[in-house]
Design a protein around this ligand. Structure first.
Ligand SMILES: [Zn+2]
Ligand SMILES: [Zn+2]
Length: 228
């Protein structure tokens, strides 16, 4: 069964993750467990960056994509819609493409108008969109990794806040932080020259990348022991 095609949209990938991992995620993991797994694999991305290990970086970045989607699935958040809402081919802060935040130091977020004709049709299109908004030449891979780590913490913070008081504005923050995480994930991919769409296809074309089944039949302890 092929849940992940090279030309798929972000929405299709999110649905593919639900088909592959939804059952195991719902049975075995609380949302806090899902967050821990997101943090675990994102930190392994950073380890790959620090050690100059491209394979470690790549594998853990792709696995991190699936845990982020698992969190979004649990909360019924459409990641693609949120990414487009936050990054309509423009920087979410200065409202420009390419981003000029470092030059002009805007004090507040610009009013952003959406030109829906610019919305990318698939993952490849989103990666290109992020390349034009945040050109990889404008920062190092290390900087991109640090930013990804920062956003991982902000996703956790937003979810913890929401689960404390259950306010709509706190839920809205989760949606924004998930979009920011995706932006940084593409940022790292662009800095490391990883073409996300075919890489996801390679890894998940036969279902789960470990047991090669849909739904995944890996046990809780197999996931805990997984190293790449
Ligand atoms: Zn900017
Ligand atoms: Zn599996």
């Amino acid at each position: 069964m092929n849940q992940v095609r090279p030309d798929q949209s972000l929405q299709q990938f999110q649905s593919g993750v639900a088909a592959m991992y939804g059952l195991a995620d719902d049975r075995h993991y609380s949302i806090f467990d899902l967050l821990t797994q997101l943090q675990r694999f994102t930190m392994r991305v950073l380890k790959g960056i620090r050690k100059g290990d491209d394979e470690k970086l790549r594998t853990n970045l792709l696995i991190s994509c699936t845990w982020l989607m698992a969190i979004a699935n649990r909360l019924h958040i459409n990641v693609e819609d949120q990414v487009w809402e936050r990054f309509p081919a423009l920087c979410s802060y200065c409202g420009l493409a390419p981003c000029k935040c470092k030059k002009i130091h805007p004090e507040k977020r610009a009013e952003i108008k959406h030109d829906h004709s610019q919305r990318p049709a698939n993952i490849k299109g989103f990666q290109e969109m992020f390349r034009s908004v945040y050109p990889p030449e404008s920062r190092t891979l290390l900087d991109a990794g640090v930013h990804l780590a920062e956003e991982t913490g902000e996703v956790s913070e937003a979810i913890h806040n929401f689960l404390g008081q259950h306010l709509q504005k706190q839920f809205d923050e989760i949606e924004k932080e998930i979009a920011d995480y995706v932006s940084c994930l593409f940022g790292v991919a662009n800095s490391a020259s990883i073409d996300i769409a075919p890489a996801l296809h390679d890894m998940f074309k036969d279902g789960c990348h470990v047991c090669h089944r849909t739904p995944c039949t890996c046990t809780f302890s197999e996931v805990t022991a997984f190293r790449s």
